[in-house]
Design a protein around this ligand. Structure first.
Ligand SMILES: [Mn+2]
Length: 329
């Protein structure tokens, strides 16, 4: 469903609301944060009282930079502060869920209980699943590159322009989710980037926000070198059994594997703590990642997903994955 097709309904919801709370997924990335801030400044321009709900204690590099640069410019609440900030007339509160649609992935699931279904709106580009949040307006477009692209379309329909700094943040989310306009990129994606550039979005600043940590990069490169190729099109990389990885690094490595010749599907297996092994999967579209990883208790959508295998070694997890892949082929 395209966001522009729902323009009227969105506008009606916004018109009725006094206080609007914006919540994205846990472990904010630049798409979640960029789209949240794009939405925030659109709504403040419409004279709404807005809040971002952030419970994350630690942030990835780019997100940390943005939050530091914006200190004092944005009303940020933790989930336990939401109730006291609700507008007195309950009906005029609105909760926007961005860049996820799942109960188990939002910053705080308990916040959902403070709002009724008709006070919740979802803007997302991931598939619906078992744990999707009930909301009367779910704008979910899994064809679009990023939530930031959706927000750009919304900005355009409102004819609202953002300050260059904020336009840059929205562009950063798009660059991140498309891996520099290589994944899920179509004419509308370029058009949205163009539209943000017209507002003064700076690609140089985007590059600064997306700067990486060299050590983490090298760890990912090491993982890539430990790769097996199945049927010439499925890449499976494994981390060192002595290293604890961040989930994002496993996901980024799986992203990178898709850049190589013939690879249609990629998996990266690594430890995320002493006991648990995590598998991150990515697909160019031919294979459905979540259909595969659901069999191991995970989830996701066609293009990407993950699962956690408790009390396992990397090789045990790999065996389980290989069994499923053999059936799949
Ligand atoms: Mn996203």
């Amino acid at each position: 469903m395209k966001i522009v097709d729902k323009k009227k309904e969105i506008k009606r919801y916004f018109r009725q609301a006094k206080s609007i709370f914006i919540m994205a997924h846990r472990d904010l990335d630049l798409d979640a944060l960029g789209s949240s801030l794009g939405m925030y400044f659109l709504l403040t321009r419409l004279h709404k009282n807005c809040y971002l709900i952030i419970d994350d204690k630690r942030h990835e590099l780019g997100v940390a930079k943005v939050l530091q640069e914006l200190e004092g410019c944005v009303q940020i609440l933790t989930s336990d502060q939401v109730e006291e900030h609700l507008y007195l007339r309950q009906k005029r509160n609105l909760l926007l869920i961005l860049d996820t649609n799942k109960t188990d992935l939002v910053q705080s699931a308990s916040v959902l209980d403070l709002f009724s279904e008709d006070q919740i709106m979802i803007f997302d580009h991931h598939d619906i699943g078992d744990t999707s949040i009930e909301a009367s307006l779910r704008i979910i477009d899994n064809e679009v590159s990023s939530t930031c692209e959706m927000i750009t379309n919304l900005l355009e329909s409102y004819k609202v322009t953002l300050d260059p700094y904020y336009a840059t943040l929205v562009l950063a989310g798009m660059v991140l989710d498309t891996n520099n306009f290589t994944l899920k990129t179509n004419a509308n994606t370029y058009y949205s980037a163009y539209y943000l550039a017209l507002m003064g979005a700076s690609s140089k600043k985007v590059q600064y926000l997306l700067k990486q940590d060299l050590k983490e990069y090298m760890e990912r490169q090491t993982m890539i070198t430990n790769v097996d190729i199945l049927n010439e099109k499925i890449a499976i990389s494994k981390g060192s059994p002595y290293t604890i990885y961040r989930k994002e690094d496993l996901a980024k490595t799986a992203d990178s594997l898709l850049f190589f010749n013939n690879i249609e599907l990629s998996f990266v297996i690594g430890k995320i703590n002493d006991k648990d092994v995590y598998i991150s999967g990515r697909s160019l579209g031919k294979y459905h990642v979540s259909n595969i990883l659901e069999k191991l208790g995970g989830g996701g959508d066609q293009m990407g997903g993950a699962c956690r295998i408790a009390n396992s070694s990397i090789s045990k997890a790999e065996q389980k994955l290989l069994q499923i892949l053999k059936k799949e082929e």
